[in-house]
Design a protein around this ligand. Sequence first.
Ligand code: GTP
Ligand code: MG
Length: 194
Amino acid sequence: AQPLKDARFLVSASSVKTLGVCHAEVAFVGRSNVGKSSLLNALCHQRGLAKTSKTPGRTRLINVFLTGPDRWIVDLPGYGFATGPAKEREAWQGMIEGYLRGRATLRMVYVLVDAEVGPTRLDLQMVDWLREADLPCRIVATKADQVKPSRQLAQRRDVAKVLGLLPNDIAWVSSEKGTGVPDLRMEIAATLDL
Ligand code: GTP
Ligand code: MG
């Protein structure tokens, strides 16, 4: 059977406290509009599984998708969504950090960065925070189709360098074109013991 094929939405939560237990989970984080929900859909072969939007801030809750028996992929709200009251933004941050710190079954945090834009200040903060919290993380460069073919190699090198990584440490994907999606799917399936 194809891994991640029969994924379905399980539950939304506004706090880690109300989440149940599972065998293993991976999470997607990244700034608003970077393509978290689109990547989840591409990985699971389902266009409408997670709601996507041109408007940043579409995902506002911890959204859990079941991708196998007690195996979760968790789509988190994006950070760096500038509009909206400061109180609301702080609440989002608390929700995300509470989730990331509060899950013993969390096997990998995928930090999505825009391939063309490269890591932003907030992306770097997130990666530092994860390293400090001793959480395993992997960088995924999204919307790779937006980088001109002639610049792909140099861009891969530059994005890696900013993060203190080597080009091959970063997964390079396009949810739109499907580039890199099968490899990442296999990696996630293995991480979830699927
Ligand atoms: P929030 O839920 O607001 O945090 O956003 P998100 O990170 O879930 O982003 P989402 O998947 O909703 O995608 C945001 C926008 O980027 C949409 O307009 C998508 O069509 C577009 N997009 C996503 N993936 C790709 C890609 O691989 N290539 C291109 N060109 N556009 C993409
Ligand atoms: Mg989303």
